[in-house]
Design a protein around this ligand. Structure first.
Ligand code: AHR
Length: 663
């Protein structure tokens, strides 16, 4: 609760402090007149990885699961090509499902469904319930499509049947009780793979619908890429993104987005890495595969969609490619599984990376720029960062391949900032060796990762104060404060907030930072904690999300000296001050990770008496508080103003973050 009070020093903004003991007074002094340090304009961003069903079944708006019949037991033991599909036989219909692979719609998409209708009855076909459920909204348009050809007409192998007779089908959305909510007839004709599409608009909302496609004559159909996408995607793009999730991400105001991983980039073995070229072009030609997290990635959300999303939300794209080695944990060999691409394959691999830069930035008439233009984006995307490697063990194999890639990129694209890697931890052998290697090779930026306790974050607020300013810049590519039970408590959120003040203070050396992981679908989560949880209809941002959002909305371009005096050694207190030269505002952030409110004398020499400060506070009932799905958020953000001057008093609430903006 914000409560303005009159004091001798002017108006005081108080948090409710009933019953709390008042500890020693503190003073925060900001050298408002200082030139300060220029800090990264891209400091706070996001890291998107298709983990926890973040892409398929998540941000990617496709509503049907296993749309191209490529699920397999290599992904999950119980899965096969018909997983999440049911055979539908209506009113006396008889038929079967089979699997085809001899005449695929595209070599990258090898399997398809063979539907045989022996007796049509009221229809024989297939049904899909999506990822858990298919929620539909009344009156909204859904684009249903599929690829098909007629395998035969009438009876298989029978003589004298009119093989040219077309096959009529119905595409339908059904309620859980079987009610038809929308349907459309279509006619499949001939032996050539053809895309059929229709728009369905359900007559009523339905939380648990199913998609049905049935055929009405005796005969056979080959079916592939059976898809249902809402028309109402983020920014209205075809093959687009789920609007609510995309908007929640956009609301963070991230300055960059790293993608597609993480471990996902390595894939499951040396030749199973994420190949960006498999992820572009018509969706039926993309090469889905098992992703590192044990499920299927369609690549329907591919590089074009990633770059487009970055552009839509004003984030610089930061794609990551492997360094020509697979993960050291690949092949069920913890720590010993790293292999390198054969050196003979490295020139082609490096060419793929150079092609990526041309695809992103080249003119529309260049070979790869033309593919971007053909996808609907003739203008370059403006790629300026590229990650090479992720948490790799720093071995001779790694060094040799990284150097080959790095040398080629520097020679051909000195304008791109290459981001190297320093292993999976904030210290230790790979970290030390990674940094030594980066210094040796003069890599522009290094990706550091750490998942540590909240206490670790508080104890490491000075981590970057002593980093070499002449050396590589830092990208804190993955970080999160982890409780032992991995809950998203206020304790973790405030530890991260405190840490972000230290990154801001060091924004001259720390250039980028992103919390990890970003998204997690409830019931399909391989990793916790995450920043944003969701199910098929709702989004559940964590307390950590709110911290990220508050920092994303309160950035500056210059860090000013800010000194907190009078705090006990054990106190969990942190502060930073930045100037935003565009608005001329001074932005002060204060974090209190303790359960006691603190009174501060805020000294802002030069700020005129009678000035006004905007104040935003964030707290929750206790350090153990978490946001519960579907409940009102435990975390409360409140905004107000207070009179500011060269010196005033501010009551920093217990376990809270406060942001003051002073003109
Ligand atoms: O963020 C989850 C995983 O953590 C990433 O894929 C990997 O880079 C790290 O180990």
């Amino acid at each position: 609760m914000l409560r303005p009070t009159l004091t001798g020093l002017g108006l005081l903004l108080c948090a409710s402090i009933a019953g709390a003991e008042t500890p020693a007074p503190l003073a925060l002094t900001v050298d408002v007149a200082a030139l300060g340090k220029a800090i990264s304009p891209d400091l706070f961003g996001i890291f998107f990885e298709d983990l926890n069903y973040a892409a398929d079944g998540g941000l990617y708006a496709e509503m049907l699961q296993n749309r191209s019949f490529e699920y397999s037991a290599t992904e999950q033991a119980s899965w096969g090509p018909f997983s999440f599909w049911d055979l539908v036989k209506m009113d006396g219909g008889e038929g079967q499902l089979g699997l085809g692979d001899s005449r695929p719609v595209h070599a990258n998409n090898p399997h398809y469904l063979l539907l045989t209708v022996q007796k049509p009855g009221a229809g024989v076909g297939i049904a899909n319930r999506g990822f858990d459920r298919i929620p539909l909204e009344a009156g909204k348009a859904y684009d249903a499509s599929f690829w098909a050809y007629q395998t035969f007409m009438g009876k298989k192998w029978a003589e004298g049947v009119d093989q040219k007779q077309p096959m009529s089908v119905t595409v339908r959305l059904e309620g859980k009780d079987g009610t038809v909510l929308a349907e459309a007839p279509l006619v499949v004709t001939g032996r050539a793979w053809t895309k059929y599409a229709v728009t369905l608009t359900p007559s009523r909302s339905e939380p648990e619908a199913r998609f049905v496609l049935v055929a009405h004559q005796q005969g056979g159909l080959a079916l592939d890429m059976v898809s249902l996408l809402p028309r109402d995607t983020f920014k209205g793009h075809a093959n687009g993104l789920r609007r609510d999730l995309a908007q929640t991400i956009a609301d963070l105001h991230p300055r960059f987005m790293r993608f597609p991983g993480g471990c996902l980039v390595h894939g499951t073995g040396i030749h199973a890495y994420y190949d960006w070229k498999d992820s572009i072009g018509p969706v039926e030609q993309r090469q889905g595969q098992r992703n590192s997290w044990g499920y299927h990635q369609t690549l329907g959300l591919g590089y074009f969609e990633y770059f487009q999303f970055c552009e839509d939300i004003g984030a610089a794209p930061v794609p990551v490619v492997t360094a020509g080695v697979c993960c050291q944990h690949a092949g069920d060999s913890p720590g010993r599984g790293q292999e390198g691409l054969p050196l003979a394959e490295m020139p082609a691999y490096i060419q793929d990376i150079l092609d990526l830069i041309e695809w992103a930035n080249g003119p529309a008439d260049s070979p790869w720029g033309a593919k971007r233009a053909a996808a609907g984006h003739p203008a370059p995307f403006g790629l300026k960062y590229l990650g090479v490697g992720n948490e790799d063990a720093i071995t001779p194999e790694f060094r040799e391949r990284f150097k080959l890639i790095h040398d080629a990129l520097r020679a051909k694209h000195p304008e791109i900032t290459i981001i190297g890697t320093a292993g999976p931890f904030p210290d230790g052998e790979d970290f030390e060796q990674g940094w030594a290697f980066v210094r040796q090779e003069k890599v522009a930026m290094v990706d550091e990762h750490y998942y540590r306790s909240p206490q670790w974050f508080w104890e490491n607020l000075a981590r970057y104060d002593s980093y070499d300013r002449q050396g590589a810049k830092v990208y804190v590519g993955e970080y999160a404060a982890h409780e032992s039970d991995r809950r998203n408590t206020l304790r973790t959120a405030l530890a991260e907030a405190a840490y972000l003040t230290s990154l801001e203070r060091n924004g001259d050396i720390v250039h980028l930072a992103s919390y990890a992981p970003l998204l997690a679908r409830r019931q399909h989560t391989q990793w916790t904690p995450d920043m944003i949880y969701f199910n098929d209809t709702s989004v559940f941002p964590s307390l950590n999300y709110t911290v990220q959002k508050l920092f994303g909305h309160n950035t500056g371009d210059t860090a000013l000296p800010a000194t907190l005096a009078g705090a006990e050694k054990s106190a969990r207190l942190a502060a930073s001050a930045v100037r935003d030269s565009k608005t001329g505002e001074l932005i002060v952030k204060l974090v209190n990770g303790d359960d006691t409110p603190r009174r501060l004398t805020v000294k802002l020499p030069g700020v005129k008496a009678g000035s006004t400060a905007g104040v935003t506070t964030f707290t929750a009932p206790s350090l153990d508080a978490v946001n519960e799905d579907g409940q009102p958020a435990a975390g409360k953000v409140e905004s107000g103003t207070l009179p500011a001057s060269a010196e005033f008093t501010y009551e920093l609430g217990a376990h809270s973050l406060a942001i003051l903006r002073v003109k």
